[in-house]
Every structure is written in structure tokens, then in C-alpha cells.
Design a protein around this ligand. Structure first.
Ligand code: MN
Length: 247
């Protein structure tokens, strides 16, 4: 696939991601906040798709509340402030990321922080099911076994120095890869070392786990597997194979 085509295919994601998050939400207070926060055309602060305590004991309610309501909301506010009055107000996030090196650090850091957390919340569920047979077979083909995939993902998350994220992506050649990014970068960004469509992600900033796990990042990553939303990962994989993108 040509690069331009790849970008245009992933450029339709932001609105779909936000709509999806709102639809699946059962928390009416968060839904109201999401509507109130719809400050800029095309960019919405998404509702959390479950209660703060829904992922306990693996991710505790206090961490979820602070992470979503302060950290994530903070990125959204700073991002919308950074793009106010510019054409980025109506540009979908993946399209912004495809040229993020031109837009400056405020857009890169806060736009990444806004979008990555949206993907992260959707990657989690108290009832996330299992990888589909199709995804499983592709994981085995790419990594030799499902356990080997989990080990590579674990290592990418554990060894990321400082703050950042680990990702399972489908690259431009339709190959599954595990990568990690620093700070709030993601694999959709033009400056990413390895680019691709995100299927699954874990936040390894200390704010994501420190209250419950302190310095034991490995324990947090191991607990993460209990709350992965494979239903969403399976859907993202099907879309990505067709060159389509959903948040
Ligand atoms: Mn975070």
C-alpha cells in the first residue's frame, strides 16, 4: 500500500472512536461530562466505557478516576487549547498524527495524550473475551506462539525507559508487530520508528499503576492481561486487515 493511501484510510478514525466510546458508556455522569467537553468540532472528550471500579482488583478505582478525570482530561484541554483557531480543529486525529512533526510539541504531546488514552480505555474491559481464532493464528504466525507474543509485549512495556506505551500494531505490510513509544507518541505519528495501526496498547507511565503497584511495573503488566478487551482488539484487527481503521 502506498503511504498516501495508508494515511487516508486511517484518517477517518477520530469521530468513529468518540462515537463508539459514548455509545457503549453506561456511566451517565461521564456521558454528561463528555457532552460538556465537546469544545471543538470533531474532537470530544470520550466517556469512560465502564465504572472506575470495573477493572478491580487489576486496576484500582482510585487510579482509574485520577487517570481518566485528571490526566486524560488535562491532555484533552491542553490539546484543544493548542489547536484553537487552526485547521486542526476539524482534522481527524490520525491525519494530525501523520504530519505531527510539523505541528509542534504541544500538539504532539497533548494530542498523543488525548488519543492514546482513548485507545487505552477501549482496550480494557472487565469482560473482554478472548482473541478470535483468526487473530490467534496471525499472532502465532508472527510471534511463534501466543505466549511468545505476550512475552514480547511484556518486555516492550517493561523495558520502555521512563514514560511511554507498548503497542500491538498491524504495519503497512499487514504484519503484526510489538513496538513501544516514549512519552505520548504513538505508531500513527510520522516520526514513529515503526508505524502501523494500533490494535492493543498499555500505558506504562507511573501514573497508570503507581498507587497500586508502586515500582512493580511488571506486576501491573501481568495484571493487564486479565482486563484486555479482546472483543475490541479482534474488531480492530479485522478492520486493519482491510486497510480500514476504527478507534
Ligand atoms: Mn496515562
Amino acid at each position: 500500500m502506498k503511504r498516501r493511501q495508508f494515511i487516508s484510510l486511517i484518517g477517518v478514525g477520530a469521530a468513529a472512536a468518540c462515537t463508539g466510546a459514548s455509545k457503549s458508556n453506561s456511566n451517565s455522569e461521564a456521558k454528561t461530562n463528555a457532552v460538556k467537553s465537546a469544545m471543538i468540532s470533531g474532537h470530544f472528550f470520550p466517556a469512560l466505557p465502564y465504572d472506575y471500579k470495573a477493572l478491580e482488583p487489576h486496576i484500582d478505582a482510585e487510579t482509574m478516576e485520577i487517570h481518566y478525570d485528571r490526566h486524560h482530561r488535562g491532555y484533552f484541554k491542553k490539546f484543544t487549547a493548542a489547536i484553537e483557531g487552526t485547521s486542526l480543529e476539524t482534522t481527524a486525529m490520525p491525519a494530525i498524527f501523520s504530519e505531527v512533526s510539523k505541528h509542534g510539541l504541544a500538539v504532539r504531546n497533548n494530542g498523543g495524550g488525548y488519543y492514546n488514552h482513548m485507545l487505552f480505555w477501549e482496550s480494557l474491559s472487565p469482560d473482554g473475551g478472548e482473541p478470535s481464532a483468526k487473530l490467534l493464528s496471525h499472532l502465532v504466525k508472527a510471534f511463534k506462539s501466543f505466549d511468545a507474543f505476550k512475552e514480547e509485549f511484556f518486555n516492550a512495556a517493561k523495558k520502555r525507559f521512563g514514560s511511554g506505551w507498548a503497542w500491538l500494531i498491524l504495519d503497512e505490510n499487514k504484519k503484526l508487530k510489538v513496538v513501544s513509544t516514549s512519552n505520548q507518541d504513538n505508531p500513527l505519528m510520522d516520526l514513529a520508528e515503526v508505524k502501523g495501526i494500533p490494535l492493543l496498547t498499555i500505558d506504562v507511565w507511573e501514573h497508570a499503576y503507581y498507587l497500586n503497584y508502586q515500582n512493580k511495573r511488571g506486576d501491573y503488566i501481568n495484571a493487564f492481561w486479565n482486563v484486555v478487551n479482546w472483543k475490541v482488539v479482534n474488531k480492530r484487527f479485522e478492520k486493519a486487515l482491510k486497510g480500514e481503521w476504527i478507534g
